[in-house]
Design a protein around this ligand. Sequence first.
Ligand code: NAP
Length: 346
Amino acid sequence: MTVRIGVIGTGAIGREHMNRVKNRLSGAEITAVTDIDPKAAQRALDDLGIQANFYPDDQALINAEEVDAIFVTSVGPAHEETVRKAIKAGKYIFCEKPLSVTAKGCKTIMQDEMEYGKRIVQVGFMRQFDTGYEQLKQAIDSKLIGEPLMIKCAHRAPEVDAAYTTDMAITDTLIHEINILHWLLADNYVSVQVLYPRKNKHALPHLRDPQVIMLETESGVLIQAEVSVNVKYGYDIQCEVVGEEGIVSLPETESVKLRHKGKQSTDILQDWKVRFQDAYDKEIQVFINQVAKQEDLHGPSAWEGYVAAVTSDACVKAQESGQREPIELESVPAFYTTEKTEAQLS
Ligand code: NAP
């Protein structure tokens, strides 16, 4: 079965995913698109050389006969409503983060999905498909370093535009760490505090940058996460897990090692799209494969969308209060606790 995909939102990431479906992945085709701006949608189709039907809105696209699954790549506040409509119609959904901009919205989606009775929602937390993070997870799960005690990680970007605000350091940037560290440790967060070091001179006046987010988990693991979005030197993701008997670190990205004029050097990537290209490819290929088999999805779930939303809300509160804020999750419904096997994730 070739999976027929409808894309809702043909902006930056929507186009990226359309391109990977057309040119790098197998088993799927883009058959329908919609966007608030029809001209932008047509431009996306023309630029990518894709022939697909245009629909005036998400509901019309979801209802289309030639759509088996949808990509929700519109702006964050539009996701919840679209995902709910698609669940109602029984269409498989790949939804970029955030699943909803509120924890309440994520809970409503979970409720809808549970009522539907099958896992048909995958959230775009692509780092779970990154080879380096997979290796970190294997090392942690095999107890190679004993129990994890502390994590030190960093999410650094060369620069951001003027529309980037202080809370986006959490909702747009740290959100990936929130998800991946929860997945790595399989341990819920219980509290967060946000600290602001000396301000980077390159940060615009309205922006607090850098930020240090201190998260604590149920088992007591202490996480120090740095978000710096004006580092100039490149896009740099770091993660070091300190255990009882050793340390594991996220591998550096591959680069030739240059020895030249008395110096030894390697390149640092500049672009998040390049850093996680393989992970994006894999998350979408896994989605396509599972839709083709019409089985329950096993990628990042609506529950993980909910965990990210609750944690992100607490982090934003901690940004504002300067205090240590609690993170209170409801217990995970049995519907979302099935173990994922290697086969299910390939
Ligand atoms: P973008 O470039 O602004 O694209 C969003 C597109 O959706 C725009 O063309 C927008 O039209 C359109 N749109 C807005 N509301 C819509 C609706 N109700 N129905 C149909 N189309 C609608 O944004 P982006 O950077 O692609 O980001 C999209 C989503 O992906 C965001 O939630 C973002 O957080 C997420 N994202 C995830 C990653 C990741 O690493 N996983 C990376 C980048 C982005 P207008 O421009 O006319 O509003």
